[in-house]
Design a protein around this ligand. Structure first.
Ligand SMILES: Cc1cc2nc3c(=O)[nH]c(=O)nc-3n(C[C@H](O)[C@H](O)[C@H](O)COP(=O)(O)OP(=O)(O)OC[C@H]3O[C@@H](n4cnc5c(N)ncnc54)[C@H](O)[C@@H]3O)c2cc1C
Length: 404
Protein backbone atom coordinates (compact mmCIF):
# COMPACT_ATOMS: atom_id res chain seq x y z
CA UNK A 1 0.00 0.00 0.00
CA UNK A 2 1.23 3.48 -0.80
CA UNK A 3 0.39 4.85 2.63
CA UNK A 4 -0.82 2.13 4.96
CA UNK A 5 -3.58 2.95 7.42
CA UNK A 6 -2.61 3.31 11.04
CA UNK A 7 -4.51 1.06 13.48
CA UNK A 8 -6.48 4.14 14.59
CA UNK A 9 -7.48 4.97 10.99
CA UNK A 10 -8.34 1.34 10.32
CA UNK A 11 -10.66 1.17 13.34
CA UNK A 12 -12.25 4.47 12.34
CA UNK A 13 -12.92 3.21 8.81
CA UNK A 14 -14.41 -0.03 10.10
CA UNK A 15 -16.67 1.80 12.55
CA UNK A 16 -17.86 4.24 9.89
CA UNK A 17 -18.58 1.49 7.41
CA UNK A 18 -20.48 -0.43 10.08
CA UNK A 19 -22.43 2.73 10.96
CA UNK A 20 -23.32 3.28 7.31
CA UNK A 21 -24.55 -0.27 6.93
CA UNK A 22 -26.60 -0.07 10.09
CA UNK A 23 -28.56 2.79 8.44
CA UNK A 24 -29.61 0.45 5.65
CA UNK A 25 -32.87 -1.47 5.94
CA UNK A 26 -32.25 -5.19 6.38
CA UNK A 27 -34.54 -6.20 3.58
CA UNK A 28 -34.25 -3.77 0.68
CA UNK A 29 -37.84 -4.12 -0.47
CA UNK A 30 -39.38 -4.12 2.97
CA UNK A 31 -39.17 -0.34 2.69
CA UNK A 32 -41.05 1.36 5.51
CA UNK A 33 -41.58 -2.10 7.06
CA UNK A 34 -43.90 -3.05 4.19
CA UNK A 35 -43.05 -6.67 3.31
CA UNK A 36 -43.08 -7.55 -0.38
CA UNK A 37 -45.38 -10.52 -0.93
CA UNK A 38 -46.81 -11.60 -4.28
CA UNK A 39 -50.42 -10.60 -4.87
CA UNK A 40 -52.36 -12.93 -7.16
CA UNK A 41 -50.91 -15.27 -9.81
CA UNK A 42 -47.42 -14.68 -11.30
CA UNK A 43 -47.32 -11.93 -13.97
CA UNK A 44 -45.29 -11.95 -17.17
CA UNK A 45 -43.10 -8.84 -17.07
CA UNK A 46 -40.69 -7.42 -19.67
CA UNK A 47 -37.97 -5.03 -18.51
CA UNK A 48 -36.04 -2.77 -20.91
CA UNK A 49 -32.57 -1.95 -19.52
CA UNK A 50 -30.23 -3.87 -17.20
CA UNK A 51 -29.01 -0.81 -15.29
CA UNK A 52 -29.57 -0.57 -11.51
CA UNK A 53 -33.25 0.41 -11.97
CA UNK A 54 -34.19 -2.45 -14.31
CA UNK A 55 -32.07 -5.02 -12.46
CA UNK A 56 -33.44 -4.19 -9.02
CA UNK A 57 -37.06 -4.17 -10.24
CA UNK A 58 -36.53 -7.52 -11.98
CA UNK A 59 -34.75 -9.02 -8.97
CA UNK A 60 -37.52 -8.08 -6.54
CA UNK A 61 -40.27 -9.32 -8.88
CA UNK A 62 -38.45 -12.63 -9.45
CA UNK A 63 -37.97 -13.05 -5.69
CA UNK A 64 -41.74 -13.27 -5.25
CA UNK A 65 -42.31 -15.52 -8.26
CA UNK A 66 -43.14 -13.24 -11.19
CA UNK A 67 -41.90 -14.26 -14.65
CA UNK A 68 -39.45 -11.61 -15.88
CA UNK A 69 -37.38 -11.11 -19.07
CA UNK A 70 -34.84 -8.27 -19.32
CA UNK A 71 -33.82 -6.84 -22.71
CA UNK A 72 -30.46 -5.05 -22.60
CA UNK A 73 -28.82 -3.29 -25.56
CA UNK A 74 -25.24 -3.80 -24.34
CA UNK A 75 -23.41 -7.06 -23.71
CA UNK A 76 -22.90 -6.23 -20.00
CA UNK A 77 -25.16 -5.26 -17.09
CA UNK A 78 -24.89 -2.02 -15.10
CA UNK A 79 -25.51 0.82 -17.57
CA UNK A 80 -23.85 3.89 -16.09
CA UNK A 81 -22.34 1.80 -13.30
CA UNK A 82 -19.21 0.94 -15.23
CA UNK A 83 -15.82 0.03 -13.78
CA UNK A 84 -12.87 0.31 -16.16
CA UNK A 85 -10.37 -2.52 -15.65
CA UNK A 86 -8.65 -2.57 -19.04
CA UNK A 87 -6.19 -1.32 -20.25
CA UNK A 88 -4.83 -0.87 -16.70
CA UNK A 89 -2.11 -3.17 -15.41
CA UNK A 90 -1.53 -4.89 -12.05
CA UNK A 91 -5.28 -5.45 -11.44
CA UNK A 92 -5.99 -1.74 -10.98
CA UNK A 93 -9.43 -0.34 -11.76
CA UNK A 94 -11.29 2.99 -11.75
CA UNK A 95 -14.88 4.16 -12.13
CA UNK A 96 -16.18 5.65 -15.39
CA UNK A 97 -19.62 6.23 -13.82
CA UNK A 98 -21.06 5.68 -10.34
CA UNK A 99 -18.41 5.73 -7.62
CA UNK A 100 -19.43 7.56 -4.44
CA UNK A 101 -22.07 6.39 -1.95
CA UNK A 102 -23.16 8.78 0.82
CA UNK A 103 -24.08 7.15 4.17
CA UNK A 104 -27.77 8.12 3.87
CA UNK A 105 -28.27 6.11 0.64
CA UNK A 106 -29.95 3.31 2.57
CA UNK A 107 -31.23 1.33 -0.41
CA UNK A 108 -27.87 1.23 -2.17
CA UNK A 109 -26.24 0.17 1.09
CA UNK A 110 -28.94 -2.44 1.70
CA UNK A 111 -28.25 -4.12 -1.66
CA UNK A 112 -24.49 -3.96 -1.02
CA UNK A 113 -25.11 -5.74 2.27
CA UNK A 114 -27.51 -8.24 0.72
CA UNK A 115 -24.88 -9.32 -1.82
CA UNK A 116 -22.08 -9.43 0.78
CA UNK A 117 -20.03 -6.69 -0.87
CA UNK A 118 -17.64 -4.54 1.17
CA UNK A 119 -17.11 -0.80 1.43
CA UNK A 120 -13.99 1.34 1.39
CA UNK A 121 -13.64 5.09 1.90
CA UNK A 122 -13.55 7.17 -1.32
CA UNK A 123 -11.21 9.76 0.15
CA UNK A 124 -7.97 9.27 2.09
CA UNK A 125 -7.83 10.57 5.66
CA UNK A 126 -4.21 11.64 5.33
CA UNK A 127 -1.97 14.04 3.35
CA UNK A 128 -3.03 17.26 1.62
CA UNK A 129 -5.58 17.90 -1.12
CA UNK A 130 -4.78 20.26 -4.01
CA UNK A 131 -6.86 23.11 -5.36
CA UNK A 132 -6.40 25.44 -8.31
CA UNK A 133 -8.41 28.63 -8.41
CA UNK A 134 -7.76 31.10 -11.26
CA UNK A 135 -4.60 29.07 -12.00
CA UNK A 136 -3.26 29.54 -8.44
CA UNK A 137 -2.27 26.16 -6.92
CA UNK A 138 -2.65 25.59 -3.18
CA UNK A 139 -2.56 22.63 -0.79
CA UNK A 140 -5.52 22.21 1.53
CA UNK A 141 -6.87 20.24 4.46
CA UNK A 142 -10.12 18.27 4.00
CA UNK A 143 -12.16 21.29 5.16
CA UNK A 144 -10.68 23.63 2.54
CA UNK A 145 -10.97 20.97 -0.14
CA UNK A 146 -14.62 20.23 0.66
CA UNK A 147 -15.44 23.97 0.37
CA UNK A 148 -13.57 24.19 -2.96
CA UNK A 149 -15.48 21.17 -4.33
CA UNK A 150 -18.77 22.72 -3.24
CA UNK A 151 -17.89 25.97 -5.03
CA UNK A 152 -16.68 24.19 -8.19
CA UNK A 153 -19.29 21.43 -8.65
CA UNK A 154 -21.96 22.05 -6.00
CA UNK A 155 -21.53 18.80 -4.05
CA UNK A 156 -21.47 19.10 -0.26
CA UNK A 157 -18.78 16.65 0.86
CA UNK A 158 -19.37 17.47 4.54
CA UNK A 159 -16.94 17.91 7.41
CA UNK A 160 -15.59 14.38 7.45
CA UNK A 161 -13.56 12.88 4.61
CA UNK A 162 -14.61 9.39 5.73
CA UNK A 163 -18.33 9.77 5.18
CA UNK A 164 -18.22 8.77 1.49
CA UNK A 165 -18.02 5.10 0.53
CA UNK A 166 -17.20 3.08 -2.55
CA UNK A 167 -17.59 -0.60 -3.30
CA UNK A 168 -14.39 -2.55 -2.66
CA UNK A 169 -13.34 -4.21 -5.91
CA UNK A 170 -15.34 -1.81 -8.13
CA UNK A 171 -18.89 -0.44 -8.41
CA UNK A 172 -19.72 -2.92 -11.18
CA UNK A 173 -19.73 -5.73 -8.59
CA UNK A 174 -23.18 -4.49 -7.54
CA UNK A 175 -24.97 -4.79 -10.95
CA UNK A 176 -23.00 -7.99 -11.57
CA UNK A 177 -24.39 -9.44 -8.32
CA UNK A 178 -27.95 -8.77 -9.52
CA UNK A 179 -27.17 -10.09 -13.00
CA UNK A 180 -25.66 -13.31 -11.64
CA UNK A 181 -29.00 -14.02 -9.93
CA UNK A 182 -30.97 -13.20 -13.09
CA UNK A 183 -28.63 -14.64 -15.71
CA UNK A 184 -31.21 -16.86 -17.46
CA UNK A 185 -33.64 -13.95 -17.62
CA UNK A 186 -31.40 -11.39 -19.37
CA UNK A 187 -31.11 -11.10 -23.14
CA UNK A 188 -27.99 -9.02 -23.89
CA UNK A 189 -27.32 -7.35 -27.26
CA UNK A 190 -31.07 -6.80 -27.60
CA UNK A 191 -31.90 -3.12 -28.16
CA UNK A 192 -35.64 -2.42 -28.12
CA UNK A 193 -36.98 -0.46 -31.12
CA UNK A 194 -40.76 -0.61 -30.69
CA UNK A 195 -43.36 -0.87 -27.91
CA UNK A 196 -47.02 -1.70 -28.56
CA UNK A 197 -49.49 -1.83 -25.67
CA UNK A 198 -53.21 -2.14 -25.02
CA UNK A 199 -55.54 -2.88 -22.13
CA UNK A 200 -54.53 -6.55 -21.97
CA UNK A 201 -50.88 -6.86 -22.97
CA UNK A 202 -47.60 -5.30 -24.08
CA UNK A 203 -45.57 -6.29 -27.14
CA UNK A 204 -41.92 -5.32 -27.53
CA UNK A 205 -39.82 -5.51 -30.70
CA UNK A 206 -36.06 -5.74 -30.33
CA UNK A 207 -33.18 -6.51 -32.62
CA UNK A 208 -30.81 -9.38 -31.97
CA UNK A 209 -27.86 -10.29 -34.18
CA UNK A 210 -29.35 -8.35 -37.08
CA UNK A 211 -32.92 -9.67 -37.04
CA UNK A 212 -36.08 -8.41 -35.32
CA UNK A 213 -37.95 -10.40 -32.69
CA UNK A 214 -41.00 -9.72 -30.55
CA UNK A 215 -41.86 -10.60 -26.99
CA UNK A 216 -45.28 -10.35 -25.34
CA UNK A 217 -46.04 -9.79 -21.67
CA UNK A 218 -48.59 -8.43 -19.22
CA UNK A 219 -46.53 -5.49 -17.97
CA UNK A 220 -43.54 -3.52 -19.29
CA UNK A 221 -40.88 -1.63 -17.34
CA UNK A 222 -38.93 0.98 -19.35
CA UNK A 223 -35.78 1.47 -17.26
CA UNK A 224 -33.79 3.48 -19.78
CA UNK A 225 -32.86 7.18 -20.00
CA UNK A 226 -35.37 9.43 -21.82
CA UNK A 227 -32.61 10.21 -24.38
CA UNK A 228 -33.06 6.58 -25.56
CA UNK A 229 -36.78 6.20 -24.88
CA UNK A 230 -37.53 9.04 -27.31
CA UNK A 231 -35.97 7.00 -30.13
CA UNK A 232 -38.35 4.06 -29.55
CA UNK A 233 -41.67 3.93 -31.44
CA UNK A 234 -44.54 3.68 -28.93
CA UNK A 235 -47.99 2.62 -30.15
CA UNK A 236 -50.39 4.05 -29.14
CA UNK A 237 -48.20 7.04 -28.13
CA UNK A 238 -47.91 8.09 -24.48
CA UNK A 239 -50.07 10.99 -23.25
CA UNK A 240 -48.96 14.43 -24.53
CA UNK A 241 -47.43 15.49 -21.16
CA UNK A 242 -45.35 12.31 -20.92
CA UNK A 243 -44.24 12.65 -24.56
CA UNK A 244 -43.24 16.26 -24.02
CA UNK A 245 -41.20 15.44 -20.90
CA UNK A 246 -39.45 12.55 -22.68
CA UNK A 247 -38.69 14.78 -25.67
CA UNK A 248 -37.48 17.82 -23.68
CA UNK A 249 -35.24 16.14 -21.11
CA UNK A 250 -31.69 17.53 -21.21
CA UNK A 251 -28.60 15.71 -19.96
CA UNK A 252 -25.47 16.79 -18.08
CA UNK A 253 -22.12 16.29 -19.84
CA UNK A 254 -19.30 14.44 -18.10
CA UNK A 255 -15.89 13.39 -19.44
CA UNK A 256 -13.32 11.35 -17.53
CA UNK A 257 -9.67 10.90 -18.52
CA UNK A 258 -7.69 8.14 -16.74
CA UNK A 259 -3.88 8.21 -16.62
CA UNK A 260 -1.84 5.24 -15.41
CA UNK A 261 1.46 6.12 -13.70
CA UNK A 262 4.48 3.92 -12.92
CA UNK A 263 4.69 5.26 -9.38
CA UNK A 264 2.43 7.27 -7.02
CA UNK A 265 5.13 9.92 -6.99
CA UNK A 266 2.90 12.67 -5.54
CA UNK A 267 2.70 10.91 -2.16
CA UNK A 268 6.39 11.71 -1.56
CA UNK A 269 5.46 15.40 -1.81
CA UNK A 270 2.79 15.11 0.90
CA UNK A 271 -0.28 15.27 -1.38
CA UNK A 272 -2.81 12.46 -1.71
CA UNK A 273 -3.71 12.72 -5.41
CA UNK A 274 -7.10 14.43 -5.02
CA UNK A 275 -7.61 17.92 -6.47
CA UNK A 276 -10.29 20.34 -7.60
CA UNK A 277 -10.14 23.23 -10.07
CA UNK A 278 -12.59 25.96 -11.06
CA UNK A 279 -12.77 24.67 -14.68
CA UNK A 280 -14.88 22.75 -13.25
CA UNK A 281 -12.85 19.61 -12.68
CA UNK A 282 -12.12 17.15 -9.88
CA UNK A 283 -9.06 14.89 -9.89
CA UNK A 284 -9.37 11.58 -8.04
CA UNK A 285 -6.76 9.03 -7.06
CA UNK A 286 -8.96 5.90 -7.08
CA UNK A 287 -6.03 3.55 -6.45
CA UNK A 288 -5.05 5.08 -3.09
CA UNK A 289 -6.49 2.04 -1.32
CA UNK A 290 -5.62 -0.50 -4.04
CA UNK A 291 -2.40 -2.53 -3.67
CA UNK A 292 0.74 -1.97 -5.75
CA UNK A 293 3.13 0.80 -6.67
CA UNK A 294 1.48 1.95 -9.88
CA UNK A 295 -1.50 4.27 -9.71
CA UNK A 296 -4.32 5.91 -11.66
CA UNK A 297 -5.24 9.59 -11.58
CA UNK A 298 -8.56 10.45 -13.17
CA UNK A 299 -9.98 13.80 -14.20
CA UNK A 300 -13.73 14.29 -13.74
CA UNK A 301 -14.84 17.24 -15.89
CA UNK A 302 -18.39 18.55 -16.27
CA UNK A 303 -20.51 20.96 -18.30
CA UNK A 304 -18.77 23.02 -21.01
CA UNK A 305 -15.32 21.69 -20.06
CA UNK A 306 -16.57 18.10 -20.51
CA UNK A 307 -18.00 19.08 -23.91
CA UNK A 308 -14.61 20.56 -24.88
CA UNK A 309 -12.86 17.31 -23.95
CA UNK A 310 -15.51 15.22 -25.74
CA UNK A 311 -14.91 17.20 -28.96
CA UNK A 312 -11.21 16.19 -28.91
CA UNK A 313 -9.74 12.97 -30.37
CA UNK A 314 -8.79 10.30 -27.79
CA UNK A 315 -5.04 11.06 -28.07
CA UNK A 316 -5.67 14.82 -27.71
CA UNK A 317 -7.77 14.27 -24.58
CA UNK A 318 -4.86 12.45 -22.97
CA UNK A 319 -2.24 15.01 -24.03
CA UNK A 320 -4.48 17.85 -22.85
CA UNK A 321 -5.07 16.22 -19.45
CA UNK A 322 -1.37 15.46 -18.98
CA UNK A 323 -0.77 19.22 -19.31
CA UNK A 324 -3.51 20.01 -16.75
CA UNK A 325 -2.31 17.37 -14.27
CA UNK A 326 1.30 18.54 -14.61
CA UNK A 327 0.20 21.86 -13.07
CA UNK A 328 -1.52 20.11 -10.13
CA UNK A 329 0.85 17.17 -9.55
CA UNK A 330 4.17 18.18 -11.19
CA UNK A 331 6.10 15.20 -12.55
CA UNK A 332 3.31 13.25 -14.25
CA UNK A 333 4.96 13.41 -17.68
CA UNK A 334 7.95 11.39 -16.39
CA UNK A 335 5.71 8.76 -14.80
CA UNK A 336 2.71 8.38 -17.12
CA UNK A 337 2.45 5.03 -18.95
CA UNK A 338 -0.74 5.74 -20.92
CA UNK A 339 -4.38 6.59 -20.61
CA UNK A 340 -7.96 5.97 -21.61
CA UNK A 341 -11.07 8.19 -21.66
CA UNK A 342 -14.85 7.98 -21.19
CA UNK A 343 -17.15 10.73 -22.48
CA UNK A 344 -20.77 10.02 -21.57
CA UNK A 345 -22.30 12.28 -24.26
CA UNK A 346 -21.03 9.91 -26.92
CA UNK A 347 -22.14 6.69 -25.17
CA UNK A 348 -24.63 5.11 -27.57
CA UNK A 349 -26.87 3.71 -24.82
CA UNK A 350 -26.85 6.68 -22.44
CA UNK A 351 -26.33 9.89 -24.48
CA UNK A 352 -25.33 11.98 -21.46
CA UNK A 353 -24.36 11.48 -17.83
CA UNK A 354 -27.64 12.19 -16.01
CA UNK A 355 -30.98 13.93 -16.55
CA UNK A 356 -31.36 17.55 -15.50
CA UNK A 357 -35.10 17.53 -14.64
CA UNK A 358 -36.42 17.86 -11.08
CA UNK A 359 -38.47 15.24 -9.21
CA UNK A 360 -41.40 17.51 -8.39
CA UNK A 361 -41.76 18.24 -12.11
CA UNK A 362 -41.42 14.59 -13.11
CA UNK A 363 -43.44 12.92 -10.35
CA UNK A 364 -46.60 12.78 -12.47
CA UNK A 365 -44.67 11.59 -15.53
CA UNK A 366 -43.42 8.63 -13.47
CA UNK A 367 -46.95 7.25 -13.14
CA UNK A 368 -47.73 4.17 -15.27
CA UNK A 369 -49.64 4.49 -18.50
CA UNK A 370 -51.77 1.41 -18.86
CA UNK A 371 -49.39 -1.51 -18.58
CA UNK A 372 -46.22 0.52 -19.22
CA UNK A 373 -44.21 1.53 -16.13
CA UNK A 374 -41.28 3.97 -16.21
CA UNK A 375 -38.19 3.57 -14.00
CA UNK A 376 -34.72 5.10 -13.83
CA UNK A 377 -32.85 7.43 -11.48
CA UNK A 378 -34.37 10.42 -13.33
CA UNK A 379 -37.81 9.34 -12.06
CA UNK A 380 -36.95 9.41 -8.36
CA UNK A 381 -36.14 11.84 -5.59
CA UNK A 382 -32.42 10.95 -5.92
CA UNK A 383 -31.78 11.68 -9.59
CA UNK A 384 -28.17 11.07 -10.77
CA UNK A 385 -27.57 8.50 -8.01
CA UNK A 386 -27.85 4.69 -7.89
CA UNK A 387 -30.09 5.28 -4.87
CA UNK A 388 -32.62 6.97 -7.20
CA UNK A 389 -32.46 4.08 -9.68
CA UNK A 390 -33.15 1.59 -6.84
CA UNK A 391 -36.01 3.75 -5.49
CA UNK A 392 -37.62 3.76 -8.93
CA UNK A 393 -37.04 0.00 -9.27
CA UNK A 394 -38.92 -0.55 -6.03
CA UNK A 395 -41.73 1.76 -7.09
CA UNK A 396 -42.40 -0.13 -10.32
CA UNK A 397 -42.05 -3.53 -8.63
CA UNK A 398 -44.83 -2.48 -6.22
CA UNK A 399 -46.94 -0.98 -9.06
CA UNK A 400 -46.86 -4.26 -10.97
CA UNK A 401 -47.30 -6.51 -7.96
CA UNK A 402 -50.30 -4.43 -6.82
CA UNK A 403 -51.90 -4.27 -10.29
CA UNK A 404 -55.11 -6.33 -10.65
C1 LIG B 1 -20.15 10.10 -14.72
C2 LIG B 1 -21.16 9.58 -13.76
C3 LIG B 1 -20.91 9.63 -12.40
C4 LIG B 1 -21.83 9.09 -11.49
N1 LIG B 1 -21.52 9.08 -10.16
C5 LIG B 1 -22.35 8.45 -9.29
C6 LIG B 1 -21.94 8.25 -7.94
O1 LIG B 1 -20.82 8.64 -7.55
N2 LIG B 1 -22.79 7.60 -7.11
C7 LIG B 1 -24.02 7.12 -7.54
O2 LIG B 1 -24.74 6.53 -6.73
N3 LIG B 1 -24.41 7.29 -8.82
C8 LIG B 1 -23.60 7.93 -9.70
N4 LIG B 1 -23.96 8.06 -11.02
C9 LIG B 1 -25.34 7.75 -11.42
C10 LIG B 1 -25.65 6.28 -11.64
O3 LIG B 1 -24.72 5.66 -12.48
C11 LIG B 1 -27.04 6.23 -12.24
O4 LIG B 1 -27.93 6.88 -11.35
C12 LIG B 1 -27.57 4.80 -12.46
O5 LIG B 1 -26.70 4.05 -13.26
C13 LIG B 1 -28.94 4.91 -13.14
O6 LIG B 1 -29.44 3.62 -13.34
P1 LIG B 1 -30.59 3.35 -14.41
O7 LIG B 1 -30.87 1.92 -14.36
O8 LIG B 1 -31.68 4.34 -14.17
O9 LIG B 1 -29.93 3.78 -15.83
P2 LIG B 1 -28.65 3.23 -16.56
O10 LIG B 1 -27.57 2.92 -15.59
O11 LIG B 1 -28.33 4.22 -17.63
O12 LIG B 1 -29.15 1.86 -17.24
C14 LIG B 1 -30.02 1.86 -18.36
C15 LIG B 1 -29.74 0.62 -19.20
O13 LIG B 1 -30.63 0.63 -20.32
C16 LIG B 1 -29.93 0.15 -21.46
N5 LIG B 1 -30.64 0.62 -22.67
C17 LIG B 1 -30.71 1.88 -23.16
N6 LIG B 1 -31.48 1.90 -24.27
C18 LIG B 1 -31.91 0.63 -24.49
C19 LIG B 1 -32.76 0.02 -25.47
N7 LIG B 1 -33.31 0.73 -26.47
N8 LIG B 1 -32.99 -1.31 -25.38
C20 LIG B 1 -32.45 -2.06 -24.38
N9 LIG B 1 -31.64 -1.53 -23.43
C21 LIG B 1 -31.38 -0.18 -23.48
C22 LIG B 1 -28.54 0.73 -21.29
O14 LIG B 1 -27.58 0.02 -22.05
C23 LIG B 1 -28.32 0.59 -19.77
O15 LIG B 1 -27.72 -0.65 -19.46
C24 LIG B 1 -23.05 8.55 -11.96
C25 LIG B 1 -23.30 8.49 -13.34
C26 LIG B 1 -22.37 8.99 -14.24
C27 LIG B 1 -22.63 8.90 -15.72
Amino acid sequence: MAHPLSRRDFLRHSLLAAAALSLAPLDALALGNKPFVRKGPPKKVIVIGAGPAGLSAAYELVQVGHDVTILEARTRPGGRVYTIREPFSDGMYAEAGAARIPPNHGLTLAYIKRFNLSLDPVYPATLSFVSSNQSKRSELTWKGYASAVERAVGIDLGRDSQRWFKIRGGSDLLPKAFAARLTEKILYGSPVVKIAHDARSVRVTFSQAGSYQTLTGEHLICAIPFALLRRIEVSPPFSPKKRQAIQDMTYASVARVFLQVRKRYWLEKGVNGFAVTDDPMEIWHPTFNQPGKRGILLSYTRQHYAQRITAMKESERITHMLGQMEKLFPGIRQHCEGGVTKCWDEDEWTRGAWAEGSWWQLKKIAQPEGRVHLAGDHLSSASSWMQGAFESGQRVAHEINDAP
